[in-house]
Every structure is written in structure tokens, then in C-alpha cells.
Design a protein around this ligand. Structure first.
Ligand code: PT1
Length: 286
């Protein structure tokens, strides 16, 4: 009997085993694979590759949020994201479609096209965001960020007397999740994400990875780790090129699984599925 269920729109996903969310960037400037999927056919080809490799969720994003990224207009974001949402919903009915946006206009149009999950790096902090998520019964991913993508890496700071980065991130995420529940969103719809790289020093990021499981301890919220190809990996391995951070990323993802993460947001689905298989074989061993 399944014991952990992600609910998203009219769909459910069993999280008794961890699931992979594949990243589909539709930005011209995205940090790791930017510009590669700007046309619809290329986006669909990348989605197919990830679905075939075992992704249960495809996360479509048109606003780059890596450190120092520029803001995009709503019109630009809609023109990038909505055609891809429509095409992925149509061609891959077996997967859940997630949209990486903070915009109410984008998520409303995406939900009307059949998207299931709202992945918001701003944790539904814009006015009426929570009401919209509740109304569409979307799955929601609430992420922690200090400051904004434009300035978040300038001088990250967490007060040690308040418990440091882990306590700060946990307080923020649990407060946002509680507010979502007050608007009628059930815990089965709610995913928490520490926001690796979003206003955190390298040591902050590794503290969060080490203590990841504490973020959802004593709750029934789901837990996602999104570490793929990020600078926290390169800072340790010395690899400056994001595309060459795959091994480091997969090893970090394995650590996140060990900490109890049910969801991994990754570029490299096939490689991460291998890590998941080793994790499950070990978990199920006598
Ligand atoms: C994330 C995330 C995201 N990250 C969720 N959505 C990005 N839920 C986009 C670096 O340090 O962590 N969780 N959507 C991409 N953002 C970054 C941030 C990319 C930092 C790279 C870095 O290299």
C-alpha cells in the first residue's frame, strides 16, 4: 500500500520511491544548457529524452534564476513557456508537468493547458499566488531564497544565534507551508525545497545538504533537492563548466536521497536514475 502520495491537479504520484524531475529550460541564457531548447521541436526532443530515461515530472521554466540573471517580461515568459507546456502535456500524458515561474499570469495559463505543479522559487509570495494554487489544486514547490536572483550571492548571511542557515530555511519553509494549508492546500500537495545556491555560501549549501532531512522532519510535506550542476558542486570539484559537474551532482543527489529527499530536480536524468537504483537496492537489502 502506498504511504506517500504527491497530489497535483487531478493526478497523483507515488513517492514511496524517489522520483526525478527533469529540467526543461526554455530560456536563452540559462546557466547550464541555455539556448539549446529554444525551439519547440528541440524542447520536445529533450523532454522525450528525459521521459525515456525515467523522469516522472518535467519542469518547464522560462525565467532564468541563476545568480545575476536578468528579469524577463511576462509577455516574454508566456511566449517561451506556454507553447512548451501545451506540447509536453499533449505528447507525454504519462508525466506530470511542472512550471518554474513566479508569475500568476504564466501559471494560470499553464494550468489551463493542463500543467500540474507550480514550482515557485519565490514560494508563492506574490499577492494571491496561494489562492490561485489552491483554486487549481496544483502541487506546489515552495523554495527558500534570501534576497533576489539579481543580488542573492552578494553577501549571504544567516544569524548563528538564530540557529544559522538550516534553522532559518526550515522556519521559512514551514511558515509558507502552514500558510498554504490555511488556504486549503493539503500537505500531500506541498513540496519543500531549501533552494541550493539561492543566497547561500558554499558552506551554507553543504550545511543544508547535510541536514536536509531536518527540513521536513515531523511533517508530511514532500522534500525536493535541486543541486544539479550548481556552483556548490563546482566549488568543491573545481569544475567551472556546469555541463562537467554531472558526477559531482549525482553523488550529491545520492546524499540527498540518503537524507530522505523524495524528489530530485536534475538535468541529467539517466545518470540520476542510476544513483536512485543503487540507493533503492541498498535500502531494500537485508
Ligand atoms: C531550485 C531551482 C529551481 N534552481 C527549485 N526550482 C533553479 N524548486 C531554478 C548556482 O549556484 O533549486 N529549486 N529553479 C536554478 N537556479 C540556480 C541557482 C542555478 C544557483 C544555479 C545556481 O550555480
Amino acid at each position: 500500500m502506498p504511504s506517500r502520495i504527491l497530489r497535483a491537479g487531478e493526478r497523483t504520484l507515488c513517492l514511496d520511491e524517489p522520483q526525478i524531475m527533469g529540467i526543461l529550460n526554455v530560456t536563452p541564457d540559462s546557466f547550464s544548457d541555455g539556448g539549446n531548447y529554444m525551439n519547440l521541436d528541440a524542447a520536445l526532443a529533450q523532454a522525450e529524452k528525459m521521459v525515456t530515461a525515467g523522469a516522472a515530472i518535467i519542469d518547464i521554466g522560462g525565467e532564468s534564476t541563476r545568480p545575476g540573471a536578468q528579469l524577463v517580461s511576462i509577455e516574454e515568459e508566456i511566449s517561451r513557456v506556454i507553447p512548451v507546456v501545451k506540447a509536453v502535456v499533449k505528447h507525454f500524458p504519462q508525466v506530470l508537468v511542472s512550471v518554474d515561474t513566479s508569475s500568476l499570469e504564466v501559471i494560470t495559463q499553464a494550468a489551463d493547458c493542463g500543467a500540474h505543479i507550480w514550482n515557485d522559487i519565490r514560494a508563492l509570495t506574490r499577492p494571491h499566488a496561494i489562492e490561485i494554487a489552491a483554486q487549481y489544486r496544483l502541487g506546489v514547490c515552495l523554495m527558500h531564497m534570501q534576497n533576489t536572483p539579481q543580488n542573492m550571492q552578494d553577501n549571504p548571511y544567516y544569524d548563528q544565534s538564530q540557529g544559522g542557515v538550516v534553522a532559518a530555511v526550515k522556519r521559512f519553509l514551514q511558515d509558507r507551508a502552514t500558510l498554504c494549508e490555511e488556504y486549503g492546500i493539503s500537505p500531500e500537495h506541498i513540496i519543500l525545497d531549501p533552494g541550493f545556491g539561492f543566497g547561500k555560501s558554499v558552506s551554507d549549501n553543504y550545511s543544508l545538504l547535510k541536514h536536509l532531512g531536518e527540513l521536513t522532519a515531523d511533517t508530511s510535506y514532500h522534500l525536493m533537492a535541486a543541486l544539479s550542476r550548481k556552483s556548490m558542486i563546482g566549488a568543491v570539484t573545481g569544475e567551472k563548466e556546469p555541463a562537467r559537474r554531472v558526477v559531482g551532482s549525482v553523488v550529491a543527489a545520492f546524499y540527498a536521497l540518503e537524507q530522505g529527499a523524495q524528489l530530485l530536480r536534475v538535468h541529467d536524468v539517466a545518470e540520476t536514475v542510476e544513483a536512485k537504483k543503487i540507493f533503492l537496492a541498498t535500502r531494500e537489502a537485508l
